[in-house]
Design a protein around this ligand. Structure first.
Ligand code: ZN
Length: 114
């Protein structure tokens, strides 16, 4: 017997929950909405623009790849004070200018300007 729309929706939700999918609500200002719509199209000139979902999910994956590479590079260095491998999340020497924990986060934070 064919499923009702409500049953199909419930089955879809169950599948998504089982796969770990999560639906998020984003708050964007009007400028961000504009940038999003513009860039979904600008990144695929002459092609079907990215959907909002594609665009955001790819940005997440792109950033994850960049961050993983950055952390790999960081791990080759050590805190100038305690000698721990970077990144150092907390250190008794924090506050000392030689200690990475003092301002090292500036290297990993998201920067808007390249
Ligand atoms: Zn340290």
């Amino acid at each position: 017997m064919p499923k009702s729309p409500a049953e199909r929706k419930a089955a879809q939700r169950a599948r998504q929950a089982a796969s770990g999918e999560k639906k998020l609500e984003l708050k964007l200002d009007s400028q961000e909405v504009e940038m999003l719509a513009q860039n979904c199209a600008a990144r695929r000139p002459g092609r079907e623009p990215y959907t909002l979902n594609e665009y955001i999910t790819m940005l997440i994956r792109k950033d994850a790849a960049e961050l993983a590479q950055q952390l790999e590079e960081l791990a080759k260095r050590q805190c100038g004070k305690c000698g721990d491998r970077l990144p150092v999340a907390s250190c008794p020497c924090q506050g000392d200018s030689q200690c990475w924990a003092t301002s090292g986060w500036l290297e990993t934070k998201l920067n808007i300007t390249p």
